[in-house]
Design a protein around this ligand. Structure first.
Ligand SMILES: [Zn+2]
Ligand SMILES: [Zn+2]
Ligand SMILES: [Zn+2]
Length: 297
């Protein structure tokens, strides 16, 4: 039977369509070639981007590069190019490199937050055309906003004496939606997943921002992110996805987490008309799939 489920925290509903449930193989993507003839993000083309803000170098060459978006959504809109290699994905990089990428998100988030009018910095990644990436070269975006976004406010409202995210990860690590569980990081397919293969991951310690994470926590977080992205890439042939990092607005309590949303389904009339989503991949099946794929690595 189909099941209607409510999100742990938000008043957000999903129909888990077991009568239309699909096998993981159904979601395997057809190969796509490189889309663009010229890439603004590749080494050698640095003069085609707005002036550089930051970089990480290895052996005299940049491996991570940050600059303003040419077509900014707000006055504070930056691009973090995560690899010099065109066609390489974030999950293909080493854990050490992913740690440096996470540190760069944190550094830029804090720098943008210093702007007096900025109340929050949205950190998100679009990977693949169907996930909204206009360029295929691996990158993440940071957008400074003059308000705390409504979604973050709704998540914040669930905090009272206890942290809802601490409760959620503890419950989930006992159940059948575990994707990865080590000493520092919990990853699971959420009970009311809106997207096939949706994953949430978070540090187990009640950490508010990336900056508050210890070296070991960051290392674990990068390892888990790499494992999950690699499992998706190898088993579903590089599906399009978004991820968002949700962290504490300045001075507020929160629990840092990353929400990863593979874009293998489309919102249609029902979703737009009701704000209820239909998901044809039960999160319990998705978790099994991740676990078997991660075991292979
Ligand atoms: Zn490129
Ligand atoms: Zn917490
Ligand atoms: Zn969130």
């Amino acid at each position: 039977m189909n099941e209607i489920r409510r999100d742990y925290i938000l008043n957000r509903w999903v129909i888990i369509a077991k009568n239309r449930a699909k096998r993981p193989q159904h979601f395997v993507q057809k190969p796509i070639g490189s889309r663009e003839k010229f890439c603004f993000f590749c080494p050698g083309n640095e003069d085609t981007t707005p002036p550089e803000i930051a970089r990480v170098e290895e052996k005299g060459r940049w491996v991570i590069r940050v600059f303003p978006n040419k077509y900014p959504a707000t006055e504070w809109h930056e691009i973090v190019v995560e690899t010099p290699i065109h066609g390489e994905h974030l999950g293909d990089r080493s854990v050490g490199h992913i740690v440096q990428v996470l540190k760069m998100y944190s550094e830029r988030q804090q720098a943008i937050e210093k702007e007096p009018r900025v109340k929050y910095v949205s950190i998100f990644k679009n990977s693949g055309k169907m996930a909204g990436a206009s360029l295929s070269h691996s990158h993440t975006q940071l957008v400074g906003l003059t308000m705390i976004p409504p979604l973050i406010k709704r998540e914040m409202r669930a905090f009272d004496k206890d942290c809802p995210f601490c409760r959620v990860w503890r419950d989930e690590m006992k159940g059948n939606r575990v994707v990865y569980d080590d000493r520092y990081t919990a990853a699971f397919t959420p009970f009311a997943s809106r997207f096939p293969f949706e994953v949430w991951m978070m540090p187990k310690r009640h950490v508010r921002t990336l900056d508050e994470m210890s070296k070991k926590e960051l290392n674990s977080f990068a390892t888990v992110l790499k494992e999950i992205l690699s499992a998706l890439n190898s088993s579903l042939n590089y599906p399009p996805y978004n991820f968002v990092l949700h962290y504490a607005p300045e001075g507020k309590d929160f629990h840092l987490h990353l929400e990863l949303m593979p874009r293998l389904s489309r919102f249609a009339g029902f979703e737009f008309g009701t704000e209820i989503t239909i998901n044809t991949m039960p999160p319990e099946v998705a978790a099994e799939h991740y676990k078997s794929e991660i075991g292979k690595g």
